[in-house]
Design a protein around this ligand. Structure first.
Ligand code: HPA
Length: 273
């Protein structure tokens, strides 16, 4: 178990000297969804490359910016881009946005991501509220991160996502006339997309969508005592669900196509929480 307070002391000290205010709500923007940051008033932006010790994202569509913004009187910290396990980073590096958000004062976290749709009723462009996370493939890393002997680690896994936040997200979607699907998000480590056989396998275990992020962030946020919920943008049919060949450009194109609906939902959620 790495002590993040020690490992990221310089990083947090630097950010504390730069921030315009203490944020209340943190939002991590997934693949192709970063444009949301351009739709609201930003007080200050920091490039993650200027932050000592911050890992650099290598994925197209992940900008590597942290924004401080205010919307409807709420103070926000927005992460435009994240780093992934498949880029070779350790789990404690992958949860840096969560650690930072909590250290700077945010107690609510909204996670967003791009995901492949497994549920046959899903189409690319749908938004899905995550009702449960399947992190079976990273249980070991998560336990290492939190500490095997830490009693708080035992239960935080299962009290996810936050029921009150999920209810508010559903109400927000309803009030904005956005049809929000619901389902289970299954984590895969990547870096390659899944094979049709792998999708068939996880389909049998109740997965509605698949992606390579979010679960560790949610678990770590709950461990730190944050209220956390997550919304996926279904950017493509998962492998084998359609005959179409999967590509990262399809992921970013779909996310781009629904960015206004996505922004409408996130704005309504911010207002309501
Ligand atoms: N699989 C895994 N991760 C993803 C996918 C997918 O089909 N789409 C977007 N992220």
């Amino acid at each position: 178990m790495v002590n993040l307070n020690i490992k990221y002391k310089n990083l947090i000290d630097y950010l504390k000297s730069e921030i315009p205010f203490e944020p209340e709500i943190a939002i991590i923007l997934g693949s192709g969804l970063g444009d949301f940051a351009e739709q609201i008033n930003i007080n200050k932006s920091i490039s993650t490359s200027d932050i000592p010790g911050y890992p650099v994202s290598t994925v197209i569509g992940h900008k590597g910016k942290i924004h401080f913004a205010e919307y409807q009187g709420k103070k926000l910290i927005l992460f435009q881009g994240r780093v992934h396990f498949y880029e070779g980073y350790d789990i404690d590096e992958c949860v840096i946005p969560v650690f930072i958000s909590s250290k700077l004062g945010a107690d609510k976290l909204l996670l967003t991501n791009a995901a492949g749709g497994i549920n046959k009723n899903f189409t690319p462009g749908d938004l899905m509220l995550i009702t449960s996370f399947n992190g079976i493939l990273i249980k070991k890393e998560l336990t290492d991160l939190i500490g095997l002997t830490n009693p708080a680690a035992k239960n935080n896994f299962i009290h996810l996502p936050n029921p009150e936040l999920n209810r508010k997200i559903k109400e927000s979607a309803h009030s904005e006339n956005i049809f929000l699907k619901e389902g289970v998000y299954f984590y895969t480590k990547g870096p390659s997309y899944e094979t049709p056989a792998e999708i068939n396998f996880i389909d049998k275990f109740g997965a509605d969508a698949v992606g390579m992020s979010t679960v560790h962030e949610a678990v770590y946020a709950a461990f730190l005592g944050m209220k956390v919920s997550a919304v996926s943008c279904i950017t493509n049919f998962a492998a084998g669900i359609s005959i179409q060949k999967l590509s990262h450009s399809e992921v970013t194109e779909t996310a781009n196509r629904v960015k206004n609906t996505f922004a409408k939902l996130i704005k309504a959620v911010i207002k309501s929480i």
